[in-house]
Design a protein around this ligand. Structure first.
Ligand code: GLU
Length: 315
């Protein structure tokens, strides 16, 4: 089965790294740090660096523009136009059609509650879809449709786990279930879109938060089914608040705009991010000169908003 992305071919030269924020609000320091790391990994390895806006859902008006402006303000640059998922639904549909034509999909009428209540297969991964609709009879399917139940489209996976290699985590084997390709509301699923998009942009290096590590075997498996290359991965530690929870806007002055309102300069903020990585630098370019991926902290970055650089302290 050959799926040919109908995009213009990416530049035949070096591959690319990328950053792909969801425009659900302003980027906080943890997001900026991940973006900085993605940029550093890409530039350090001579790759292009591209941006993608994951705007299939959870979109807050104006957020994407502010996110891109913040990335530029801290000194990150990128190559070529910013890709927007909302403009690419035809490509996701084409990939889904390819999988369907190869007999690799099925409709699923389960509600979230039904999935939670169904016992997971004895050796299946925790929370994996138990395959309820895999063998639905035509009559049952017709009944669901007549009831007006929305149908999601799932992958008919032929394996239950898949191994990837990650620069920070080494060999990582994780669950692959019959993941959703198209949601009940008709939107393409994130796991599908990300695979199609990375290939279309020539992305061969994925650097992102390690909350996405468990999804990666699914995405890599999907890439192989679509005859797309599996990228290199580096899942970097997240930023946490002092209570050990994932950093969020409620944790105080943690966005670039918040920091600037307090009197920090963008260079101060880059200095804080660099410090969290064990470096002293006030621009990404300066940091790039010294960047060594092998030296990266492997622990989460704990952000105590009250102890971040205050302007009166000076750089
Ligand atoms: N848009 C996703 C997020 O912000 C990240 C996608 C990815 O890096 O693969 O969580």
């Amino acid at each position: 089965m050959i799926f040919v992305p109908a995009d213009p071919a990416p530049a035949p030269t070096a591959g690319a790294g990328r950053y792909a924020p969801s425009p659900s609000g302003d980027l906080h320091l943890g997001n900026l740090r991940t973006a900085l790391l993605a940029w550093l990994f890409a530039r350090h390895s001579g790759r292009r660096f591209v941006l993608r806006v994951d705007d299939l859902d959870r979109v807050r008006p104006g957020a994407a523009e502010r996110q891109l402006a913040d990335l530029a303000t801290i000194g990150l640059d990128w190559d070529g136009p910013v890709q927007r998922q909302s403009e690419r639904v035809a490509h996701y549909a084409a990939a889904i059609d390819t999988l369907t034509a190869a007999g690799r999909t099925y409709e699923c009428f389960c509600t979230r509650r039904e999935i939670q209540q169904a016992a997971t297969a004895p050796h299946g991964p925790m929370g994996a879809y138990p395959g309820t609709c895999r063998t639905l009879t035509a009559a049952a399917r017709a009944r669901h449709l007549a009831d007006g139940r929305p149908a999601a489209l799932r992958l008919r996976a032929e394996i239950s786990d898949f191994e990837i290699t990650d620069d920070l985590h080494g060999r990582y084997r994780g669950a692959v279930d019959d993941l959703v390709l198209r949601r009940g509301d008709g939107l393409p699923a994130y796991n599908l879109a990300v695979v199609v998009d990375d290939a279309a942009q020539g992305v061969d290096q994925v650097v992102r938060g390690d909350d996405l590590l468990p999804s990666t075997p699914r995405q890599a498996y999907l890439a192989t089914l679509l005859d797309l290359p599996v990228p290199h991965y580096a899942h970097v530690p997240l930023a946490l608040n002092t209570a050990g929870q994932r950093l969020a806007k409620r944790d105080g002055a943690v966005t670039l705009a918040d920091r600037i309102a307090l009197g920090n300069t963008p260079e101060d903020v880059v200095g804080v991010l660099a410090g969290s990585l064990g470096y002293t630098a006030s621009s990404p370019a300066q940091l790039l000169d010294r960047f060594d991926p092998a030296r990266l902290p492997r622990e989460p970055w704990i952000v105590d908003e009250n102890r971040l650089l205050r302007p009166e302290e000076g750089p």
